[in-house]
Design a protein around this ligand. Structure first.
Ligand code: SME
Length: 149
């Protein structure tokens, strides 16, 4: 069972007292703590030259990912979500943090276009299996609610 409560994520993302940045960072902190302190939750924004690190909660991460590189770049090129239960089995993987054992990525779509990749890392093997469907919904929500990534 997932610890993530989508209604909490939605209320954090739409809080009237906060600006967009504060709301996204609050929501990402909530998601990271719900998944476990050592997880990582963030967005890579799509630009013309590749994917740039944007809002995140977690430890130091790679700043730039080329199209097709790693699961983030692969998801951006294919337009498909990817769940990797064990990142050590994957050749096309960028290890930003040696603690990460499993990972989920989902494209964030706005106006029919991929604007960013929502990326979540767990320090547990197959650590996100119960959370994938909630995280997919959050990815969709980010596309609906945000204008800048
Ligand atoms: N592991 C990702 C890179 C981003 S970090 O996980 C934050 C990848 O293979 O694309």
């Amino acid at each position: 069972m997932s610890n993530l409560d989508l209604s909490v994520v939605k209320s954090l993302l739409t809080a009237e007292e906060g600006d967009v940045r504060a709301n996204v960072l609050n929501a990402f902190s909530y998601i990271r703590l719900a998944l476990g302190e050592n997880s990582w939750v963030g967005l890579y924004r799509k630009e013309e030259d590749g994917l740039h690190l944007s809002y995140f909660s977690g430890s130091v991460a790679c700043l730039f990912i080329a199209f097709g590189r790693g699961v983030v770049g692969e998801s951006c090129v294919s337009g498909k979500e990817i769940y990797v239960p064990d990142v050590s089995t994957l050749k096309n993987y960028i290890a930003c943090d040696a603690k990460s054992k499993s990972e989920y990525v989902v494209p964030v779509i706005k106006d029919g276009e991929i604007k960013a990749i929502f990326d979540i890392d767990s320090d547990q093997l197959d650590g996100l299996k119960d959370d994938v469907s909630s995280l997919r919904e959050i990815g969709h929500l980010l596309g609906e609610l945000l204008n800048d990534f």
